[in-house]
Design a protein around this ligand. Sequence first.
Ligand code: PHE
Length: 443
Amino acid sequence: MSSEPRERWGSRAGFLLAAVGSAVGLGNMWRFSYLTAENGGAAFVVLYLAMTALVGLPVMLAEFTIGRGAGRSPVAALVHFGGGVWRPLGILFVASGALILSYYSVIAGWTLRYGLDALVSGFGSDAAGRFDAIAFGPGAAAWHLGFMALTIFVVGSGVRTGIERTSIVLMPALFLILVGLAIYAWTRPGSAAGYAYYLQTDFREILSFDVLKDAASQAFFSLSLGMGAMLTYASYLGREDNLPSESVVVAGSDFLVAFVAGLVVFPLIFALGLQQEVKDSTTGALFITLPHGFAEMGGVGRVVGFFFFAALVVGALTSAISLLEVVVATAIDELGWTRHKAVLVAGVAIALLGLPSSLDGNVLGAVDKLSGNVFLIFGALALAVFTGWFMPDPEGEASVGTHGVRWFFLWRSLLRFVVPAVLAVVLFYAVPDTWTALAALFR
Ligand code: PHE
């Protein structure tokens, strides 16, 4: 056990902004927009919203309940409520956090680099060439290491002075920037086709398991679920918070940000006539198509582009700190390390782990699939089963701080039946896909 007393959030708003900061990130802007483009637009958005409400929300409440109830990081919290057999699940959470951060930081490094492009040189006309030149290689590795250093600095400053303060300052800024950009996109001639693509649903497209798989994995990735980030943040809460309402606020804000990001990306892309390019480039949608558009917009494009990438950097940073915090809090609780030692050792190890992803796009893609489509989904499934079937009195624990909510029974039933069933189907479709991506690396 650590000799330092356990930290606490300074205020309810501080916790909420930190949790929303964890949820809102590259997932809402980069991953959401390329998956929406890949899966046919509005139909995907509807399915993703359904997954967020039906499957994401119950799991988030489960993570909050376990984290606050135990007041410990994932491994100790699961052992607290379930005994030693659940230790491996906690360890899987920590491993997922480390793995996700290792490549997440590489993409975050790109956003830093593009932000700097906007300031220093403007966006060049050869957007695809620029992306190829900077995305992978020694330069990308250096930016990845720089971003990791920033993350290490914030987490090293502690829960209240580091994580909470950073989120309180940066999250409102991110909201304002995105809304401003959405209004700007709305004023562009030709944006109407973008709204149509994004918002007019063709429901025939919803009925495919492949789209379901992407929608579910996107919901969990975007809500930071299935690897203990929300659990760990909740472990710094007091007993007076109303967890069901906090879950709704966090999940609702996360969806809202993704939705508004779509209101920026799609109208702009259609206004600039770049829709074909988006369909062709998937993962590169944000990093090739938009800079291409910004370059054509001239001086205004530099300003708009700067704010756009600044928002991405903010989102990435507040998410990355939650990923690192899971590993750090575990090292503090399990090994009795000080925060400084834990941050340095974990941060440097994860930075090194990310080097292969910074050098090779296939590695990054495979690690993204493995962690997002398999580890997070499996983690969330196991957590739902744990809370629904094995944890003693989850309803009682979740209702502390509320006035007794009647639908706790519904929550428990979702965790027992609906969430495991949906996630088992998702895993069934995700595993072969991921296996192919991994096997290709070793060929
Ligand atoms: N939710 C973050 C995003 O949308 C990513 C993340 C995943 C953060 C898992 C923490 C845990 O970018």
